[in-house]
Write a protein that binds this ligand. Structure first.
Ligand SMILES: *Cc1c(COP(=O)(O)O)cnc(C)c1O
Length: 386
């Protein structure tokens, strides 16, 4: 089956008991096992069956099975947030004294977790400036490598082939935060990456109405992540959110196609505008990441960033004039969003680290929605006059 067909036909089909075509919302915290012997067997893992919704829920399980199919994974896990996904992966797979690596920049919350919290657990956290830097300079003690194929917020491209080559030197587990691309555009597991994760809050759900996280990979890796995430940290997704994520995913391909087309039009307009100092969008042939993304993914995502000259004051003047673009963090919603990362999502980084990671004070990030691109361009054009 092609992916678009799979999106609609991989949800397990009609409910066996009622014939309901969409997954029912099982709003129950606990599940009776009926007899003491059955209870004993379920707890021992000898009998299948639900026990308690922190550890498993039928609505959530249906979504996990669907996501495993869509990612080409043995197993998928859906959690309360993308950050629950990030933290569970690391807490499950590293121990005191281990070293992990990431390629700067990553999502602000991810960087803060790794640098501020994981280091307190006695983990050495090494940051690299690019895929080439990682490949050339990787510490041979590295246990896990985390990367984003298109970095947030400055849309630099990391080549998964270089990440794999670096991992091969140390035997490291590779983790791809694929939030910006989704399995419709890129399935890292098919290319030999060990673990894929998402903020399901963004394109996967697509409507800006939930917070969710996804992890998928081989069962051998997923089992410890599942245990830590659900039993110890206790970050399951609720059945209502799981339902909304599955509902949103039904239109993933339709929405992504519209985001991609809109982003190209908007980026091409911005590239010709005299007041825009720099347009960062891997879909432009002039962009540093264009060639690699064209070879590896074939499309360029729905995010566009620009730099204006004049730091926060100039960015604020422009942002405050926008009528259609909403000033908000997050991305992948149906509506277009705009933000100034240095003063918001990446404000917790010190100035020097921000600059080293390519997050300048001039940078503005757009999540291109599914509005008519002509209206988005008109809005950008009028706001740039100020
Ligand atoms: C939003 C985001 C996260 C964190 O996800 P939450 O759902 O907000 O917890 C992680 N990675 C990327 C790339 C993101 O955009």
């Amino acid at each position: 089956m092609k992916f678009k067909t799979q999106l609609l036909h991989s949800n397990g089909g009609a409910d066996a008991q009622t014939g309901a075509l969409t997954t029912p919302i099982y709003q129950s915290s606990t599940f009776t096992y009926g007899t003491a012997a059955e209870g004993k067997a379920r707890f021992a893992g000898e009998q299948p069956g639900f026990i308690y919704s922190r550890m498993g829920n039928p609505t959530v399980q249906a979504l996990e099975q669907q996501l495993a199919k869509l990612e080409g994974a043995e197993e998928a896990l859906v959690l309360a947030s993308g950050m629950a996904a990030v933290s569970s992966i690391f807490y499950a797979l590293v121990s005191q004294g281990d070293e992990i690596a990431f390629i700067d920049p990553v999502y602000g919350g991810t960087a803060a977790f790794l640098i501020n919290t994981l280091t307190r657990a006695g983990i050495k956290v090494s940051r690299y400036q690019s895929d080439d830097d990682l490949l050339e300079n990787i510490s041979l003690a590295t246990k896990i490598i985390l990367f984003e194929p298109i970095t947030n917020p400055n849309l630099r491209v990391n080549d998964y082939r270089k990440i794999k080559a670096a991992a091969a030197k140390t035997g490291a587990i590779t983790v791809c935060d694929n939030t910006f691309l989704t399995p419709y555009l890129f399935k890292p597991l098919e290319y030999g990456i060990d673990i894929v994760m998402h903020s399901g809050t963004k394109y996967l759900s697509g409507h800006g109405d939930i917070i969710a996280g996804v992890v998928a990979g081989r069962s051998e890796l997923m089992q410890p992540i599942r245990t830590i995430a659900l039993k110890h940290i206790g970050a399951p997704i609720g059945p209502q959110e799981a339902y909304l994520l599955q509902r949103g995913m039904r239109t993933l391909a339709l929405r992504m196609d519209a985001h991609l087309a809109g982003a190209i039009e908007v980026a091409e307009f911005l590239a010709t505008h005299p007041k825009v100092n720099n347009v960062i969008f891997p879909g432009l042939a002039s962009d540093a990441g264009h060639k690699v993304l064209a070879e590896t993914v074939g499309v360029f995502g729905g995010m566009v960033s620009i730099e204006l000259t004049g730091g926060f004051a100039r960015a604020a003047r422009f942002l405050d004039q926008l009528q259609l673009f909403t000033q908000a963090v997050s991305l992948g919603d149906l509506e277009s969003l705009a933000c100034h990362p240095a003063s918001t999502t990446h404000a917790a980084m010190d100035h020097a680290s921000r600059l080293a990671a390519g997050v300048s004070d001039d940078l503005i990030r757009f999540s291109i929605g599914v509005e008519d691109p002509a209206d988005l361009i008109a809005d950008l054009k009028q706001a740039l006059e100020f």
